[in-house]
Design a binder for this molecule. Structure first.
Ligand code: FES
Ligand SMILES: [Fe+2]
Length: 443
């Protein structure tokens, strides 16, 4: 039955609309896991999450429980979190240090950090003359087919073939360059731990929302207005007539109106990656910013410094599972759990060598805008759940992405929205175009 639907898959996506089944059909979800998440490059984590040999972090890739581990050779390995003996999960905790080697809790088989079998209790007496033992690769923990990292960000692909990580990222690698270049030392380190949110909606709904510049001034209007009222009150009483910057982070949702969002631009790339350009107002002339500028100029020189802080990015979406806000050193990793269940991990990074107040400022944004406790996140979650409910219904067959359709321009494979069309639905069209290609290629 599933095979029959596979043959029809191309009919689910048109350039400006998509059938609702792609969000609600469990059979399509299974195919997505096989053909997209378990084939292409998925973000595992940052190297600084596992600084010492034996440090590990578990991570879900498609339907596969995996773990990222630092070896004694300093290399980061990505393995299936499964013992080859009888299938026991190797690490039950989310993260930790496994010591000199992995030791299965069931019958004590042990493994090197790269997954190779190390010992089996009484191996000689128990296994001599059998096909099991160190020479049989099936007795080692299975590795991800490919692991690569870019500027400390580790990705794995569960397929032997396909583009390299850099070929896959293409222009979207700017997410990591922009984040790291803003550090005086040229790299970032993880802020432990992340926020985790389970959304009662399909994974694609989250991704489509990330570059949806039309929604903030509608969805988050009530949050923005409330913050703006308080901001004005504080400003009235404050000596210098200004409220702390953190109020601005929320009030912007009310004061940045749709026409201002339209001044931004979207850039849409192969593999479904997209960028929303737009200045985030992160260069006020307060003493903290000036102190940071000074450290940066010392590290890079004036010219390079201006280039770095002048990068005009609001958001980078790396399909199919990563949304990066590089100027604020945060990212959200998407882990689909089921057709209507999605985990997002919300991570924050520290700019190495930057003064503490700069970290505090981005931390405030992390808590106020991206954390599960903020009204902003709650606004979005409510929409996501309601979309999923509506899509399950028979009230319509299509989801439409027609805003500014037909007005994009294409140069060398990059689709750009025209002037004053920042609220275009071009990023959603691009994601679904890539989706159809991924799903078709897996046939
Ligand atoms: S299941 Fe791991 S040692 Fe038996
Ligand atoms: Fe939102």
């Amino acid at each position: 039955m599933l095979q029959e639907r596979i043959a029809d898959l191309s009919k689910y996506v048109e350039p400006d609309r998509v059938r609702r089944e792609v969000y609600v059909d469990p059979g399509i979800f299974e195919l997505e896991m096989q053909r997209i998440h378990e084939r292409y490059w998925i973000y595992c984590g940052h190297e600084s999450q596992v600084p010492k040999p034996g440090d590990y972090y578990t991570v879900q890739i498609g339907r596969q429980p995996m773990l990222m581990v630092r070896g004694k050779d300093r290399k980061v390995h990505v393995l299936y979190n499964r013992c080859p003996h009888r299938g026991n999960m190797m690490c039950g905790d989310r993260n930790g240090n496994t010591g000199e080697f992995f030791r299965c809790s069931y019958h004590a088989w042990t493994f090197h950090h790269d997954g190779r079998l190390r010992t089996i209790p009484m191996m000689e007496s128990g296994y001599s003359g059998t096909r099991f033992g160190p020479d049989n690769p099936d007795c080692s923990m299975k590795k991800a087919a490919r692991v690569e990292s870019y500027r400390g960000f580790v990705f794995a692909s569960l397929a032997e073939d396909g583009p390299t990580l850099l070929e896959f990222l293409g222009e979207a690698k700017i997410a990591f360059d922009d984040m790291c270049d803003r550090a005086p030392e040229g790299e970032v380190e993880i802020v432990p731990n992340c926020f985790r949110v389970i959304q009662r909606s399909n994974w694609k709904i989250f991704l489509e929302n990330q570059l949806d510049a039309l929604h903030p001034s509608v969805t988050h209007q009530s949050t923005g207005r409330a913050a703006h009222e308080v901001e004005k009150e504080i400003a009235k009483k404050a000596k210098k007539g200004e409220a702390p910057l953190s109020y601005h982070m929320l009030s912007a949702f009310a004061t940045v109106t749709i026409d201002k969002w339209d001044a931004f631009q979207t850039l849409n790339y192969p593999y479904g990656h997209c960028i929303l350009t737009g200045y985030m107002g992160l260069r006020p002339q307060d003493p903290d910013t000036l102190a940071y500028d000074k450290v940066m100029i010392k590290a890079y020189g004036k010219k390079r410094f201006e280039e770095i802080v002048g990068v005009n990015i609001h958001h980078v979406l790396i399909y199919p599972g990563l949304s990066v806000q590089s100027p604020l050193q945060q990212l959200r990793a998407v882990r689909p759990l089921g057709v209507d269940r999605t985990l997002t991990e919300i991570w924050h990074f520290r700019l190495k060598g930057a003064p503490e107040p700069i970290y505090r400022r981005s931390l405030a944004y992390y808590n106020l805008v991206n954390s599960p406790s903020t009204l902003v996140n709650a606004d979005d979650l409510e929409n996501f759940w309601k979309c999923q409910q509506g899509l399950k219904s028979e009230g319509g067959d299509w989801v439409t992405f027609g805003r500014h359709f037909g007005r994009d321009s294409e140069k060398a494979g990059v689709v750009e929205t025209g002037p004053n069309m920042g609220t275009s639905e071009a990023p959603m069209r691009n994601q679904m175009k890539a989706w159809a290609e991924y799903m078709g290629n897996g046939r």
